[in-house]
Design a protein around this ligand. Structure first.
Ligand SMILES: [Zn+2]
Length: 166
């Protein structure tokens, strides 16, 4: 009995054959090969041919599925690797940002401390200047002023020479 297989590379191969009794043309799924079917023309029960091809197709199909599964697994591993890499990158970025912000805080603290120190220093300078001015003023008041008064008194004490009429 001659039969023809079609679509062996696909997922739904078919087998075409002729009825043993009426020689009418029939077509069935290759998956039904080896099973018995009723001829739609004469009604006789006949076996669907193509068992050998079905076995080959099944083997080929299994190989393809295994390869596809392997590829999927590899892809999964790759995507997992990518995910873990991305996670690592995200962690690194977070850590970097945290460190940077910490550093900025520390720097801010230093700047604030420096500002405070500078303010303290300028206040001390102002205070020192004021004290020096006050000291000089006191010195003037206690020493220079009596001296000036004395000089003034002395000049007043010495009478001016009487002016001789010409
Ligand atoms: Zn038939």
């Amino acid at each position: 009995m001659k039969h023809k297989i079609k679509g062996l590379s696909g997922s739904r191969p078919t087998v075409s054959f002729r009825c043993d009794h009426c020689h009418g043309g029939l077509m069935a799924s290759l998956r039904e090969a080896g099973q018995s079917t009723d001829c739609p023309t004469c009604g006789a029960t006949i076996a669907v041919p193509g068992e050998r091809e079905l076995a080959e197709w099944t083997r080929h199909r299994a190989d393809e599925e295994r390869a596809a599964d392997q590829k999927k697994a590899e892809l999964g591993q790759t995507s997992e690797l990518w995910c873990s890499n991305l996670e690592a990158l995200a962690w690194y970025v977070r850590e970097d940002v945290r460190k940077r912000s910490d550093a900025a805080d520390i720097q801010d603290g230093r700047i604030q401390k420096n500002d405070q120190r500078a303010a303290n220093r300028s206040w001390s300078i102002d205070m020192a200047g004021t004290l020096i001015v006050a000291a000089i003023a006191s010195l003037m008041a206690f020493i220079a002023l009596p001296l000036l008064i004395q000089i003034e008194r002395n000049t007043r004490a010495t009478p001016a020479a009487p002016q001789e009429p010409p």
